[in-house]
Design a protein around this ligand. Structure first.
Ligand code: 6GU
Length: 233
């Protein structure tokens, strides 16, 4: 019998030369719970054991000169080939600031995949032949430069994992996220109703679901108009 978990579960393989960076963030809270529940299989692969040279180096000088080392194709190819032996990947994604910019719609689309690889770049760059021949997609998390692709890969992994059905306690809660309906999320409040003289909007205390939903929708539209007007077009 095929279990619903094996249908819903997603496998994410991350290739990095800094595996230790993932230990904290990927072992807490929602991501940890998703792994425990068997809804996501997350594997972090250290690139270094895939080198074949004596120095165990994964980078080398750039052809044509210039500052900065370039990540070599061989260890990356060997690592990806080893993974491909036992898994069919839907996407092999290179994390790079010049990739397509991540947004919620890309996250939703990627979350439908069964198996993906996230390759973290480092140093000044990566041999272009990796990008030309081994990679299926390139993703950036925004127009600024990070020291490496690791933080970006964690952001992608986190954003996908919370979309897997069953990961969040309340099934509707990923659907009410900011951006899911092209609106930012409305403000939320919890007890006490008055703190320091600062009051929770009265409508939220009314118990009238329809009126509360209208208020939330209006607040979401207002916030989106102010902060992300382009989402409303
Ligand atoms: Cl994916 N990598 C790096 N190194 N910097 C970035 C990025 C990725 N996205 C935005 N800046």
């Amino acid at each position: 019998m095929v279990s619903w978990k094996s249908i819903l579960a997603m496998r994410i393989d991350i290739i990095t030369c800094l595996p230790e960076l993932f230990e904290g963030p990927m072992n807490q809270s929602i991501v940890k719970r998703a792994q425990k529940k068997g809804l996501v299989e997350l594997y972090i692969h250290d690139l270094r054991p895939f080198t074949s040279n004596k120095q165990k180096s994964i980078d080398d000088y750039a052809y044509g000169g210039g500052a900065g080392m370039v990540m070599m194709i061989e260890p990356i190819d060997r690592c990806i080939s080893a993974l491909k032996k036992h898994t069919d990947y839907d996407e092999i994604i290179f994390m790079t600031p010049d990739g397509e910019k991540l947004n919620q719609s890309t996250c939703n689309q990627l979350s439908l995949n069964k198996n993906i690889i996230l390759l973290c770049g480092h140093y000044k760059g990566i041999d272009q032949r990796v990008r030309d021949h081994l990679i299926t997609r390139e993703i950036s998390i925004g127009d600024y430069v990070l020291s490496g692709g690791e933080l970006a890969a964690m952001i992608v992994a986190d954003s996908l994992i919370r979309l897997i059905p069953g990961v969040l306690n309340d099934e509707s809660s990923a659907l009410t996220d900011s951006f899911q309906d092209d609106l930012l999320a409305p403000p939320v409040y919890t007890r006490p109703a008055i703190y320091n003289g600062w009051k929770v909007p009265k409508i939220l205390l009314s118990g009238n679901k329809a009126v509360i939903n209208d208020w939330r929708h209006e607040a979401a539209v207002k916030k989106t108009k102010e902060r992300r007007p382009h989402l409303l077009n």
